[in-house]
Design a protein around this ligand. Sequence first.
Ligand SMILES: Cc1ncc(C[n+]2csc(CCOP(=O)(O)OP(=O)(O)O)c2C)c(N)n1
Ligand SMILES: [Mg+2]
Length: 792
Amino acid sequence: MDTPQTVLSPPARDADRLHVLRQLERKLLWLSSWMIHNANHVRPNRDGLKVGGHQASCASVISIMTALYFEIARPQDRIAVKPHAGPVFHAINYLFGRQSPEKMQGLRSLGGVQSYPSRVKDGPEVDFSTGSVGLGVAMTTFSALMADYVRLHNLSGADMPVGRHIAIAGDAELDEGNIYEALLEGWKHDVRNLWWIVDYNRQSLDSVVPDRLFGRIEGLFRDMGWNVVTIKYGRKLEAAFEREGGESLRAWIDDCPNSLYSALTFQGGASWRQALLADLGRSKARAIIDPLSDDELGALMTNLGGHDIETVIDTLRAEADGDQPTCFIAYTIKGMGLPFAGHKDNHAGLMTKEQMEVFRAFMDIRPGHEWDMFEGLDVPAEEVKAFIDACPFATPLTPQGRTLTAPMVPVPASLPMPHVAGRKMSTQAGFGDILAEIGRGQGELKALAEHIVTTSPDVTVSTNLGPWVNRRGIFDRHTRNDVFRDAKLASAQRWGMSPKGQHVELGIAEQNLFLLLGAAGLTPAMTGARLLPVGTVYDPFVNRGLDALIYACYQDARFLLVGTPSGLTLAPEGGQHQSINTPLIGLAADRLASFEPAHVDELAILLRHAFAFMQRPDGSAVWLRLSTRQLEQPARVLDAAAVIEGAHWVVPPADGARIAIAYQGPVAPEAAAAFAELAAEEPGAGLLAITSADRLHAGWLAAMRARRGGDRAAMSHIEHLLAPLAPGAALVTVLDGHPATHAWLGAVRGQRVVPLGPDHFGQTGDIPDLYREYGMDTDAILDACAQALLTL
Ligand SMILES: Cc1ncc(C[n+]2csc(CCOP(=O)(O)OP(=O)(O)O)c2C)c(N)n1
Ligand SMILES: [Mg+2]
């Protein structure tokens, strides 16, 4: 069946298309403004708190988003929308029939669309959550890279079309350092199919952006191999520039400081005339200016490229065939078309009820019809609908829609365990060994090995990923030889690079690690292929990338993070490399299950669990906190479920015992030595190995919630474990991390906790000195036991 476009002759078709697109712009400006107005002024407000919203930020980007979604984008493209344009994005999906009016009416209320686009809460059309400015933009670099990875490894269907990864960025997002970290990394990896469209309204939250800044930024992009395309003036202004005197008008605007341009935009036509005549009163430009009414002059002077949909479409389309990363700098006006256009304080500005009534009349919207899809348009509803349905972006990518799924990768019942009993080994070494063994890809490990992708910010070797990398190679879009190897220079590392490699070597910037893990962890939905991403980093430097880590979890990305080495236990290598707060981050971070095994048998259980758990619909990302301290490895049979739930008794307490010692991670020998002495005096005492304070805590909260919900029998793992101890028993806890990680344990059954662990910055030293200094050695544990027993 012919689509409406093909029925029309080309010129008429173009004119008609443009007309409909302009109607859609109107509709999006109305819906985004009304959505925010409704949330602030129409819906009942029970708590008196400001609801907020960003009508000006939305207005600024209307033409760009209309052009992109209704003309340029294809269903396989993945798009990050600047946080404050969330309402425009939802309105677009509403027009596509992919967002409900109820959720839009509920903007910023429980169950409604979120303040900023959210993958998890707003529905499947959101490709990337945004909110923390800069991260969504940079994320597209890594999602483009991961899409290439999936394609080059033949992991998605051969008929899956190659998409473009697009960020619609606010100009102030380019203030964020993570943008430049991503630019550098993208250049190193020769990233392709990436567009950043900058809504260059020259305003951020508080201020007008300095004029000289973007010249610098443009140069930076070019240096990184990007194509930079400026969309500065619209067609009306371009036509004016062609006329006699036009050049002086162009020079005037080019030289006009951003702040003056903004102020004149806000003031309107008469002020434009005054300012122009003051400078150009004697020039030929008067022939352009004088015949125009104030309104016409205002419209001409604000005819920037980013608001001229024809210009935007033509410019984007001209670049659509290539794969070079391209930055479009689209000049816009913040609040365009709204009463506070251009005002420097308009970021959080909201139209008053009176202003909204004027706007409503201008938009031709009858009261009670605010949410009607085709209200106020001068094109028949069926024509608009047919137009929308025929947009390339409306074509379903798959029968299921744009969000894809990938089958689970089978994980063997157990992972190959190094022969450790009776030997000394660290959890970090155990991790390297197990992964290397998976890397051999033998038998039932083959599929697992093929889906794992590893990455590390310049600490691949020092976190023990080396043996895995030697087996599986480094990923690069181009094959590059290992020069040292070719020259027969001895090295333990074989670092040949090829499109088949399975390790992505990153520069040191930790935010890039987490953005990459985030992107790799979303590949099932984005590409239809399941990657099992594993990233290693020195545990303290999780803090350096924390916002990006939380951002990845917020989107429900699935990956395994290995933080190693950790704590004071790296001892002489310590100083500023000692992580103290990370166990608390693991406890508090949502969608991130954190573990800290002490021994390699626990690690093997947890590593296996991680590969399975990150694939489960009800699973999450996983974080293993590991150590370089070599510990004697016990020969024992463990209860895997208990290890996964967060703790197991090494020595179970007698019923009614007065005390137990609980340890987490590499302080196990000190805890065991203290326990041996304690048990001589307190024969019923117990020794508890905690593998995850986070899982124990989560299980406890879940059980309490279930009980409140009426399930009286609900009981968590930690409640079961602590049940044999006397009600007022003492628990002496110890870990190489902040003691608050365990302090809550006393609340589980009303027992008394004496929590040990460093609560001050660490320093270098050997383990005996440091553990003594920070109260984690055997003596400190025994002192704590004595104190606890005395106060019983
Ligand atoms: C990391 C982070 N810091 C601060 C903010 C608060 N904030 C929200 S919007 C904004 C300014 C955004 O300006 P711009 O990117 O130019 O967007 P637009 O002008 O289109 O609204 C700031 C500082 C934030 N959301 N994220
Ligand atoms: Mg801005």
